[in-house]
Design a protein. Sequence first.
Length: 394
Amino acid sequence: MRRIVVVGASAAGLAAAETLRRDGFDGRITLLGDEPHSPYDRPPLSKQLLASQWEPDRLTLRSPGDLSALGLDLRLGVSATGLDRHARTVRLSDGAHVPYDGLIVATGVRPRRLRGQGAHVLRTLDDALALRSRLGPGRRLVVVGAGFLGAESAAVARGLGCQVTLLEPAPVPLAHALGEPVGRVLSQAHLEHGVDLRTGVTVTAVTDGGVRLADGELVRADEVLVAIGSVPNTEWLEGSGLTLSDGLVCDEYSAAAPDVYAAGDVARWHNPLFGVSMRVEHRANAAEQGMAAARNLLHPQAGRPFAPVPYFWSDQYDMKIQAYGHLRGHDAIAIVDGDVGERRFVAAYRAGDRLTGALSVGMPPKTVRRWRQAIAAGARWHDMAGDARIPVLP
């Protein structure tokens, strides 16, 4: 193996390229990125960058010197448009064909959009800068979607003095991911900060003056941010023979086929720690899976299953939210530390008889780390949260 192509120059792709070099690969590494920018960090886009606390240069993941030291064939501003596994080539938007012996797919996701023109999305550096330039005191912002991206952006906009309307089709924001009790706690924070939070509403289109709801109401706004989820960037893999189903489907080693691996937001892999297939759109997972995919590509005979405890965090107002594990599909939640009323607590999540997740709001990081260790060890629920004094929420 002398030629490895990494498609995607964000956190996962960069981690893969660095791991290849660190593990002794001295062949050609082609790193492809569809944006013109050097690899940068995405989580601050909806936090520090949008709030004008940071400028773009602070998001850069590696200095020009560090990138140069990797000896990469770095091609920015070009995207992959096709894959020929028989010829082992990646076709690019500029007409080039790049040969490979090994391939790592890290093409990430793109935002879902609504019918109509003029709405912002928030995925790239340019997206964030465009939205930032339109926010300020008295500006009216409608955010469609109260997931983490929408909630973080709403919080930042309120801090900038905007009038914010947050629209969500579910009865309780984030209930599908975190459970209704936690979703209600986070919702209350937005209400207390003056956000006009409307749940159970469906937006059908973006208009010149705002957004149109399913009942015909026009919710007026100066700017609209659509944050209704994402779509994995797998279209370029169609016809390649790889399995595509809400991402590039991989095994527990992050392998999609011999010599083809995937990492980051685009990868749907079998996580043996939880025994389920998952696709995780969080920064920590992108870097960890990029490293794992690179090592397993280089050393398939000694490959190790990628079995992480997923981690994510969110900043909203004065709340620091951290979570470990697989929270979706839980059967119950227990408050195991702190006080929900004060928005300082740790919640543990149960699926069957097993501890599968833990989430903290407003608590020091160390308070949730032992729960992460227990999840990684496959701890049983009763051993960790079986005390009858702990309130269990449905």
